[in-house]
Design a protein around this ligand. Structure first.
Ligand code: SAH
Ligand code: SF4
Length: 378
């Protein structure tokens, strides 16, 4: 069945674009130049392109624009904030239906990483996460995921023309494997060499542990990196923090990680948010090492970032926890603290529905207001 029009041109894969051109009597070889304009240049005004030949220009004039068959995903920047160290920039992007998402650009040692959202809100309800606290609103389309990367590429080109966007993490708002098809289509486009050309090995998908999605990634030999947010070493410890653990329990999840490792031969990244008195004890670290035995795993420890809806306290036992895992033979590192003063850290992303006005970037703990060095742009 043909999807209803109007559609986002950013939602179309390369072969679909070729098909649309051909169906309109335009030679499919124009698809390459159109693809490059859309996905490499991040062009938002296709009528201005001097490199388009007349048949393509005519197709654009007929088919693309408000009230026509296709539109472009060009989210509006409703708000922007920079961390005081200048290394993190967070954008509140307003979508066509008025909902908003957050997208973050981070600089690590001169390299830039995009952290993008895959849903408006999230259905998984992790107790320590601001996105989880806002609940699920809707999935993003592929074009809405791609448009975040294109936005950050335009920002980088304007402000740091010597830098390229080389890394992408799906760790913004939402659970990527709950929106599997849209995410995979978006990543195929984002990694295409004539597009944004972010290498598949530089793209990380972080999941709360959606077991069918993990197994599907393995079966389909998806080339991206997989990070699993574990946070608990027993069923009780985990389900107190991650309610979805009642659906896909720890035993099943660890088995899926093992299958993924065996089938793909890839290392798996384990994300562990450290919460004092909850999942940061030496016993927990030892149990975690036991659970992961035989899996090629790298453990990323994430310091808890404050959110307004969770009273948990950041752990001070992280280094002891790290040493136990390292002694058991696992690479184990701390995730760098980034963008906390603008509530752009892991789990702090939360956006309100906006209607034509700028909305504070986050309602997380009044955190940004308390910080001295935050630059808020109008
Ligand atoms: N839904 C996916 C990806 C988005 S969350 C997932 O859960 O993996 C990205 C990461 O931020 C996850 O590892 C999540 O556990 C972590 N996170 C969520 N809230 C956090 C908080 N308040 N402090 C630190 N990390 C948090
Ligand atoms: Fe959703 Fe990830 Fe937040 Fe859990 S941590 S609520 S899965 S975004």
């Amino acid at each position: 069945m043909t999807p209803p029009h109007p559609r986002s041109l950013h939602d179309l894969g390369f072969v679909e674009i070729e098909g649309e051109l051909r169906a309109a009597g335009v030679s499919a070889h124009h698809a390459k130049v159109l693809w490059r304009a859309l996905h490499h240049d991040g062009e938002l005004d296709l009528t201005s392109r001097e490199d388009f030949l007349p048949p393509l220009k005519r197709w654009i004039a007929n088919a693309v624009g408000e009230g026509k068959t296709f539109f472009l995903d060009a989210p509006e920047v409703a708000d922007e904030s920079h961390s005081s160290d200048g290394l993190t920039r967070k954008f509140l992007l307003r979508l066509r239906d008025g909902h908003s998402i957050e997208t973050v650009l981070m600089a690590y040692n001169g390299r830039h990483t995009a952290c993008v959202s895959t849903q408006v809100g999230c259905a998984m309800g992790c107790v320590f996460c601001a996105t989880g606290q806002m609940g699920f609103v809707r999935h993003l389309r592929p074009g809405e995921i791609i448009a975040q990367v294109l936005h950050l590429r335009r920002i980088l080109r304007a402000t740091r023309p010597e830098s390229r966007l080389r890394n992408l993490v799906l760790m913004g708002m939402g659970e990527p494997l709950h929106n599997y098809d849209a995410v995979m289509q978006a990543l195929d486009t984002i990694s295409s060499v004539r597009g944004a050309s972010i290498g598949p090995s530089k793209i990380s998908i972080s999941t709360v542990g959606v077991v069918p999605g993990i197994l599907r990634m393995a079966a389909e030999a998806r080339p991206y990196r997989l990070a699993v947010s574990l946070h608990g070493s027993t069923e009780a410890e985990r389900s107190a923090l991650v309610p979805v653990s009642n659906k896909w329990d720890l035993t099943e999840l660890i088995a899926a990680c093992r299958t993924y490792g065996t089938r793909t031969g890839k290392r798996i990244f384990i994300e562990w948010t450290l919460i004092a008195g909850s999942n940061d004890s030496a016993e927990t670290a030892a149990r975690l090492a036991g659970l992961l035995r035989g899996i090629d795993a790298h453990i990323n420890l994430i310091p808890l970032n404050p959110t307004s809806g969770f009273a948990g306290t950041p752990s001070t036992a992280g280094h002891a926890f790290q040493r136990i895992l390292q002694a058991a033979g696992f690479p184990c590192t701390f995730r760098q603290h980034r963008g906390i003063d603008v509530a752009a850290g892991c789990g702090q992303l939360r956006a309100a529905r906006t209607h034509g006005r700028s909305t504070p970037p986050s309602s997380s703990a009044g955190h940004s207001e308390r910080s001295s060095g935050v630059l808020k742009l109008a």
